[in-house]
Design a protein around this ligand. Structure first.
Ligand SMILES: Cc1cc2nc3c(=O)[nH]c(=O)nc-3n(C[C@H](O)[C@H](O)[C@H](O)COP(=O)(O)O)c2cc1C
Length: 193
């Protein structure tokens, strides 16, 4: 039986059409046939306030449905001020609520990030790992992808052109796909039958 391709809800931590959206697009291209990426927008979410939960915002409900229906979640995030962007924290707060309906619980999840800077989003990723661990996500942790974008990273078509980048991201894709399969086998197989 052919193994179905796992679906991955992709959340880009930056609202800009910048470094991390481009990085996520290149990973999606490279992962085609191994992981099925579905981008989830977070820019239309209101700022989290528990008083809004009684009339749960449609954008937040959409985020939760996208996460819950995917086999896994991928966070592609920049580092802002040695932490994660406020927009990403806001999305995670909405996903965690209402109380008892935490959409991140048990969800296979991985984190990558890109920057022109030298430390490659490592500080932000460490903070994000702590938050997702608190929320009970099933974190995929290796290989770590602290990606420094260089002039040779991409070709004109936006795909990875650099051998080092291709090796790292191919290894990461295979490892994340194995992680998802290990945790989600029953759900994926049930869908195929
Ligand atoms: C508000 C702000 C804070 C930043 N703080 C950091 C930082 O703490 N560490 C870092 O490596 N880069 C930092 N940067 C630089 C970002 O890595 C760089 O702008 C990157 O391209 C942002 O990714 P994005 O285009 O996907 O948003 C910061 C950028 C902004 C706009």
């Amino acid at each position: 039986m052919t193994q179905p391709i796992p679906t991955v809800a992709v959340i880009v931590g930056s609202l800009a059409n910048g470094t991390n959206r481009k990085f996520a697009g290149a990973i999606a291209k490279l992962a085609a046939g191994r992981l099925d990426f579905r981008f989830v927008e977070i820019g239309d979410l209101p700022l989290y306030n528990y008083e809004l939960e009684a009339d749960f915002p449609a954008a937040a409900a959409r985020l939760k449905a996208a996460v819950e229906s995917a086999d896994a979640v991928l966070f592609v995030t920049p580092e802002y001020l040695r932490s994660i962007p406020a927009a990403l924290k806001n999305a995670i707060e909405w996903g965690a609520r209402p109380w008892g309906k935490n959409s991140w619980e048990g969800k296979p999840a991985s984190i990558v990030g890109a920057t022109p800077g030298a430390i490659g989003t490592a500080v932000a990723q460490t903070e994000l790992r702590a938050i997702l661990s608190h929320l009970g996500a099933a974190l995929h942790t290796r290989p770590e992808v602290y990606f420094q974008v260089k002039p040779e990273t991409y070709g004109d078509d936006g795909a990875f052109a650099d051998a080092g980048a291709l090796h790292l991201l191919n290894t990461w894709i295979d490892s994340f796909a194995t992680w998802i399969a290990r945790l989600s086998q029953p759900a994926i197989l049930a869908r195929a039958s």
